[in-house]
Design a protein around this ligand. Sequence first.
Ligand SMILES: NC(=O)c1ccc[n+]([C@@H]2O[C@H](COP(=O)([O-])OP(=O)(O)OC[C@H]3O[C@@H](n4cnc5c(N)ncnc54)[C@H](O)[C@@H]3O)[C@@H](O)[C@H]2O)c1
Length: 357
Amino acid sequence: MYGIVIYLAIEQLPVTVASIFLMTYNSRVNIALIGLGRMGKIHLSHLLNGIPGAAIAAVSDTVYPEDNFRSEFGGFLFSNNPEAVINNPGVAAVVICTPTSSHAELVEKSIEAGKHIFCEKPLDLSLEVTRELLRKAEVADVKLMLGFNRRFDPDFLQARQSAAAGRIGNLQIIKITNRDPAIPPVEFIKNSGGMFMDFSIHDFDMARYIMNKKVVEVFAKGLVFMDKAVGEAGDIDTALITLTFEDGTYAVIDNSRKAVYGYDQRLEIFGDGGMIQVDNTLYNRNSVFDAEGIHQALPLNSFTERYTSSYRKEMELFVEAVRNNTSLPVSSEDIIMATTIAYAAQKSMKEKRPVSI
Ligand SMILES: NC(=O)c1ccc[n+]([C@@H]2O[C@H](COP(=O)([O-])OP(=O)(O)OC[C@H]3O[C@@H](n4cnc5c(N)ncnc54)[C@H](O)[C@@H]3O)[C@@H](O)[C@H]2O)c1
């Protein structure tokens, strides 16, 4: 109905005004979103609530019932078959939010269809496949961005800018604490690619991004500390990783799948001229002082709460790069290096030794 109203309205306009209107309308990037789970719903809500220059054109999920989709989200093209939305001629870009094991196939199909791609991390568990997909995207001249959203968190971004501006002198150590509030379901763990590929990969990207130096060595240790079901699924729930940068300085990353007090997301950068700290975002900023001590609210409890603005920002930047044909804020090298470090961390833990990059 809206289409008809718009069409009739345009018919009444002078030709030049109508064509300007149509050019503006058409310069929007029409997006198909694939995978309507946790991440898919976050990105869909941002796309529906106005990412400048973007419009949601189609959605696909292999199991989401179409009737439920229509009653929740309205009348977009919906299909249980992802290829139907990838190959839709009205779609210019694809946002892939499916489980990691399906990324490579969907990315490849999108490249073949000539569609720009935003894909949730990691691109693939295999470094060779990751490289090959990036190569194919380059050859096909389509943009391929990975969801390293933490780069766009306002507090982390500010820390990076302060460090780059020399506020704390020469950077010596970055410490990243990344702890989940609860162990994910074992089924998720089995298909995740393991802690380093699924979870710590964000930290590997952030360490490189903030220090702006090459990583030359990885030393990782990990154990099953909290839940033996994690070990039975072939994974760990606790990890400590040291990265060495090209100039001999360090990143220290500690990960846990379960912090009883919430989603623990902190960062510290130490330099010869000072230190920058980014603390947790709490539910409120009150401190209650009494005879027992000083009491504060807990940290936000999930990635959906903590990183909302960064998820919106990464989508804005992806759309901007597609519309203006400019560079993506996450490069192919960034994707390859974070995957390489995750791969080296697995090897280091298994072989109990530092691994050179
Ligand atoms: N950037 C982040 O902070 C962040 C956080 C969580 C998850 N992730 C990543 O996002 C991806 C999705 O994770 P999630 O937690 O949202 O998963 P999820 O299980 O909640 O949702 C996945 C959805 O994809 C659908 N699906 C599965 N295979 C499909 C296919 N071939 N085609 C279409 N639909 C398909 C499923 O039915 C499900 O609805 C993973 O790669 C994960 O690593 C990123």
